[in-house]
Write a protein that binds this ligand. Sequence first.
Ligand code: NAD
Length: 259
Amino acid sequence: MKTDGYRNDDVLYERAAAVIRDTNNGIAVTGAGISVESGIPDFRSAGGLWSRYPPDQFATMEAFTQNPDKVWEMWYELAESLQGVEPNPGHYALAKLEEEGHIKAVITQNIDALHHHAGSNTVIEYHGNADKIACTACFRQRDMDLSHRALGAPRCECGGVMKPDVVLFGEVIPEYALRTSDMLARGCDVLVVVGTSAQVYPAASLPFLAKESGATIIECNTEPTNFTNVVTDIFLQGPAGETLPALTALVVGESDGGN
Ligand code: NAD
């Protein structure tokens, strides 16, 4: 397998591929880790966004309400860092598994829209999408526009303050995302969980719901997580941009499961 530096047994890949090949009812749950190889750091690591912008001061609804201009400093920086970012082979591999009929949906905690850009059709964005902003008064949506940066928090035509269309701490997950994800997790027979530290709920509950309903859990991560010894059946250790294409190639019987 192409995951040099990690101890992976080919038998594990064969087992995981066989499980995915046999299903037309799988789902994937992804987190920040899948986008690291696209150049977007996860927020928690040293030097990550949270080390410079403590989440209690920049990522809560309370902080936003008290000082939207301050909170927008972080969002403009984030939006700038997302410009020109491309999907990596891990995103493409999941799109391929959907195209081949093995997975029905990708549920992502990411706000970078890279699953869409890679060609995944059914993407449930649990925490919203940083490409869009929405008015807190009339809910009108607009595209994120970095040219407004010097003006601080953007304003809507109605006079309301605009907010990135993402879920801040202290906000509820959109009802559609919550219900659909719950239903998909309870009804799937394979769940592939990729690059999430299993710390942010309720997204972290999805593998547990699937497992309770009898699904096989395949986990792809560079490190073991809170899922690994509890719900994971097959752990493929390594960067998702390598593990997922290798797995997908075995599923579809090609030399390259990514692009
Ligand atoms: P997290 O930062 O808590 O955990 C990231 C996980 O990915 C870790 O378990 C780490 O071991 C793993 N990882 C790192 N590099 C990897 C790689 N190359 N391949 C596979 N795994 C890798 O992320 P989270 O659990 O998604 O929670 C963070 C929250 O912050 C989410 O709610 C998300 O909305 C947000 N976030 C989004 C983005 C994005 O949109 N790209 C980036 C950072 C954070």
